[in-house]
Design a protein around this ligand. Structure first.
Ligand SMILES: [Zn+2]
Length: 262
């Protein structure tokens, strides 16, 4: 069992890092660590994660009931989402939730980060899926993430943010860094007009490396098919765009027709 005092200090440190890197705004985000079989340390609600002190960290049981309350702080309503992860994944000891802008942009656009692009990301987080939208603070989010946390340590939350799971606190936090770093590079490559995807053979070699390194956690193997599944999860958006394009084409054709018949 890890020392509780040390863990509280580390949670404060990771809170500072997610805030300083712009992964959260205002009082957003939450961090938990499984202290032992029955107890969880969690960040408080209503506090910027960049300005926490160790006494603000709250100890809860696995059902979310507060055990040790050294102050007036309360756990986040998103604690349910973290507790769901610990229930489904006994190998996970820490969960980080944030709204990093590039990763969250993909979550808003409905585009999963599921292609084989960067070696480090292929090994550490694999294909990152998008869990469908759920109303924050309700049981909708735990329900929606359940199928995804079985096979992935990094998940995008539709129109919301990101969630990373780890064998310890820094393992979960570094996956958040890898996720955001990957999302920013994929975004920029798309802006440059080309996203090179590593072929199956290279992907398989990287997955063998992962096995050799004996890395903890679970990854879904990413796709080497450049046309694979990177499409909007929101068909309505596509319909609107296609309709707009059709309108424009029709207008151009009508204009041409008018000119030709004059
Ligand atoms: Zn959130």
């Amino acid at each position: 069992m890890q020392n509780e005092w040390e863990l509280r200090k580390h949670i404060v440190e990771v809170g500072k890092r997610i805030w300083m890197r712009g992964y959260v705004a205002a009082n957003d985000g939450n961090i938990t660590v499984l202290l032992n079989e029955n107890e969880v340390l969690t960040t408080p609600t209503g506090v910027s994660k960049g300005f926490m002190t160790t006494d603000m960290i709250i100890k809860c049981d696995r059902q979310g009931n507060v055990i040790t309350k050294s102050s007036n702080y309360r756990p986040s309503s998103e604690l349910k989402m973290h507790l769901e992860v610990y229930k489904e994944r006994p190998d996970v000891k820490s969960v980080v939730h944030a709204h990093p802008p590039y990763a969250t942009s993909f979550a808003v656009a409905g585009i999963p980060l599921d292609k084989c692009v960067l070696p480090e990301a292929i090994i550490v987080i694999g294909a990152v899926p998008i869990a469908p939208y759920g109303l924050p603070s309700t049981s909708e989010i735990p329900d929606k993430i359940r199928p995804f946390i079985k096979n992935s340590d990094a998940i995008l939350l539709e129109n919301h943010g990101a969630l990373t799971l780890g064998s310890d606190l820094f393992n979960a936090y570094y996956k958040m860094e890898t996720l955001e770093h990957t999302a920013s590079i994929v975004w920029k490559a798309i802006q440059l007009g080309n996203l090179n995807v590593l072929p199956t053979q290279e992907r398989d070699r990287l997955m063998s490396l992962r096995e050799n390194f004996n890395l903890p956690g679970r990854v879904t193997v990413c796709s080497s098919d450049p046309n694979h599944a990177t499409q909007s999860k929101n068909p309505q958006t596509n319909t609107v765009n296609e309709g707009m394009i059709q309108d424009i084409v029709e207008q151009v054709l009508n204009n041409l027709k008018n000119k030709l018949t004059k």
